[in-house]
Write a protein that binds this ligand. Structure first.
Ligand SMILES: [Zn+2]
Length: 362
């Protein structure tokens, strides 16, 4: 499939536009985590959360996992803006097509707790734009609060739309990953409360660098400083033990040098360690299964959640919510966290680390 470079909407992106998507990405074999770190947990370790139903017949855990990428939300559909109604229909379509939500680091770790016959998808939100998470305000500018003192959300922000969908369909889940910039969601005074809300409702908070940096323009030491600062800022709100598990590259651009590449994944500066176990690109295909030998946790592709891409990958007509078949072979869970089940003809694709969990079916 052709990969089209998809710049973000930031005004300072012009210089990045001509760069190919994977500029400077060397060492395709280098991973952000080792295979051992993403081996499925032993069944006993997950017994408490293990779905009761197991079904190997229709499972394909070497199928692809769509990682959807959102930026802005608004009343009018634009290149980097999804309308409120289209987002609601996206959720509806996913639900009607047997998808359930997982977050980026559970996906990357191969620890997706997905019931038999269901397919994982990851909703990712970049840049912590206001439309992703907006509070309502009183006339005097203060946050509107309910009788319990909880902030009242704008029903058209992504979080409120997901919460409303989850209330109707709890089995869909509301796991998702927010790649935030410090001073998240543009309502600066409220960033702290919002980050806590995300953490408390099972959303994952990932790094998008400290200031939306084009990492190919920075020296390794600057990269380490930038990424350590981003983590320290969020840890101020969520507690010193908070660590990013995942990072989305601004513009999808890696630094050019090998040292820079390593500095994106793991490092320390200003007395702060960080380790991004999964690194997200900007485009442009469904991601390989974490059990696929071709899976690279340092370069996980995503799909822009816009009509053209929904059509291209999902054969979904704009606005459609009814069930239809994707254009790729999706990951379908067996419901058994201790096994990796796949059609036997795909056995060559299984990553070596998962041989002990392999369950080839005919
Ligand atoms: Zn961005």
């Amino acid at each position: 499939m052709t990969s089209i470079f998809r710049p973000t909407f930031h005004s300072f992106l012009a210089l990045g536009m001509l760069l190919p998507l994977l500029v400077g990405c060397q060492k395709a074999e280098e991973q952000a985590v080792s295979d051992a770190e993403r081996a499925p947990a032993a069944p006993a370790a997950q017994a408490a959360t293990m779905p009761t139903k197991v079904d190997y017949r229709a499972a394909n855990e070497l199928g692809r996992v769509p990682v959807l990428e959102y930026h802005r939300f608004g009343p009018v559909e634009e290149r980097w803006t999804r309308t409120y109604d289209n987002f609601r229909r996206d959720l509806e379509w996913l639900y009607n097509n047997d998808y359930v939500l997982v977050n980026a680091s559970d996906f990357a770790a191969g620890k997706m707790n997905v019931p038999a016959g269901k397919k994982p998808t990851i909703l990712t939100f970049d840049d912590s734009t206001e439309g992703q998470f907006r509070y309502q305000h009183e006339a005097d500018g203060s946050v509107k609060r309910d009788a319990k003192g909880q902030p009242v959300l704008d029903p058209n922000c992504a979080i409120a739309m997901m919460d409303a969908f989850h209330a109707k369909h709890p089995d869909f889940g509301r796991a998702s990953t927010f790649y935030v910039l410090p001073e998240a969601f543009e309502q600066t005074k409220e960033s702290s409360e919002k980050l806590k809300y995300l953490a408390a409702t099972g959303r994952e908070i990932g790094s998008h660098t400290f200031n939306h940096a084009n990492l190919s323009k920075l020296q390794p030491a600057q990269i380490r400083e930038n990424l350590a600062k981003a983590q320290a800022e969020v840890a101020k709100e969520l507690g010193a033990s908070f660590e990013f598990q995942t990072l989305a590259l601004p513009y999808g651009i890696f630094p050019k040098s090998d040292e820079g590449y390593q500095a994106v994944i793991k490092g320390a500066a200003l007395g702060q360690n960080y380790h991004h176990r999964v690194v997200m690109l900007v485009g442009a295909d469904p991601a390989p299964s974490p059990f696929d030998r071709k899976y690279n946790s340092a370069k996980v592709p995503r799909i822009q959640a816009i009509d053209d891409e929904w059509t291209r990958h999902f054969a979904r007509k704009p606005g459609a919510t009814a069930r239809n078949e994707e254009r790729f072979k999706p990951f379908v869970s067996d419901g058994d966290p201790g096994k990796v089940t796949f059609p036997s003809k795909l056995k060559e694709r299984l990553g070596a680390a998962f041989a002990a969990q392999a369950n080839a079916i005919d």
